[in-house]
Design a protein around this ligand. Structure first.
Ligand code: KG4
Ligand code: ZN
Length: 338
């Protein structure tokens, strides 16, 4: 089966072609093209939906055209089109969804509607992997923080999630307080690297709660108070705040993920979403596995597949091949885990 994946939920416009073997579902990546309007949002401290949507319109056809160059006769070789239908920004989503519907109509191909959050999980299923089940997946992106249970490769059950800000949002909002460009996650990771001591010890919201939920909105208030006290934070202050922020966010993420892994006897822990690109977080998870002396194995996508891309959308379609007529496909910005 050969799938064209399309992802346009936010500021990335991406198309990818994946091929699978019928018997073992091993995925072969044929192409992966990404254009982004990120630089246009860097100065404004966040995504401006109108600008993101206009850029999607500009990029979508050239990106798809480029991704299909690996095929001799795309119209014959593509079996289905996988497209992100939500969650995301409605203007951005519509560009991908309407383009997929048009190709589906003209080429007479089925469309596979994909939940973007599922995509972040299936970014781990590309190439050789040995993911064993049950698995606990932690999706940590700019808009979401969710823990899910996977009993097998196609079953996803939501366990809990953030009640307010997402983990990535906590990075980005702190970045705004510290005058760092958007998105602040990668910059905060770098700034924190020189620091060894958690000077500020920001609160660890809900770390001891009996559920699998998170809350990160209090963190920005805590950082705000410190920034106000400092008036003009020095470079060292910014580094120390970055380190302490990471420590607070990571402590909660790790605690809750291991709590879920224990509760469901997970053989694998899967990370996905932009925040999982953070190398310190990956190291912390690995250390925790050693400390706990558990058999659980950690899976994290390659750095480029942690953030938004169409490869993960096509991969999700391979494990959830809900082929649908183009007439029945609609964008749903509020889509969540069922
Ligand atoms: O998954 P993603 O690309 O888009 C959404 O679906 O939201 O995630 C973007 C988020 C942003 O909040 C960004 O600051 C964060 O991921 N991020 C990071 C890192 N790289 C991206 N956070 C922490 N450390 C990183 N290295
Ligand atoms: Zn995402």
């Amino acid at each position: 089966m050969t799938i064209l994946g399309i992802e346009t939920s936010c500021d990335e416009t991406s198309a990818a072609v994946l091929k699978t073997n019928k018997n073992d579902k091993r995925i072969q990546l044929l192409s992966n093209v990404i254009a982004t309007s990120l630089s246009l949002h860097a100065k404004t401290g966040g995504i401006i939906p109108e600008i993101a949507a206009r850029e999607q319109v500009k990029f979508i056809i050239p990106v798809i055209e480029e991704s299909l160059k690996v095929l001799k006769n795309p119209k014959e070789e593509i079996d289905a089109i996988a497209v992100t239908v939500g969650p995301g920004l409605i203007g951005s989503l519509l560009v991908g969804v309407e383009t997929a519907r048009t190709i589906g109509f003209v080429w007479d191909k089925p469309i596979i509607p994909i939940n973007h959050l599922f995509g972040h999980i299936y970014a781990n299923f590309i190439g050789e992997n040995n993911i064993q089940f049950p698995a606990i997946a932690l999706v940590i992106s700019g808009g979401h923080t969710d823990l899910v249970l996977m009993k097998n490769q196609s079953s996803i059950k939501w366990l809990g999630g953030t009640r307010d800000d997402a983990a990535g949002e906590a990075f980005d909002k702190t970045g705004r307080l510290l005058n760092l460009p958007y998105p602040a996650g990668p910059r905060i990771e770098k700034l924190a690297m020189d620091v060894e001591k958690d000077i500020y010890h920001f609160p660890r919201p809900m770390i001891g709660s009996g559920d699998f939920d998170f809350s990160f909105s209090g963190l920005k208030a805590a950082v705000f108070r410190e920034v106000q006290k400092l008036k003009t934070p020095s470079d060292d202050d910014i580094k120390n705040i970055s380190f302490s922020l990471q420590e607070a966010i990571f402590s909660v993420l790790i605690k809750k993920t291991f709590k879920a892994a224990k509760a469901f006897n997970a053989k694998s822990i899967i990370l996905g979403g932009g925040v999982s690109a953070n190398q310190t977080l990956r190291k912390r998870f690995e250390e925790k596995i050693k400390i706990e002396n558990v058999e659980t194995e950690l899976f994290v996508p390659s750095k480029s597949l942690c953030t938004d891309n169409a490869v993960m959308i096509a991969a999700a379609a391979i494990f959830n091949p809900e082929e649908t007529d183009w007439r029945k496909i609609t964008a749903n910005p509020e889509l969540y885990f069922d």
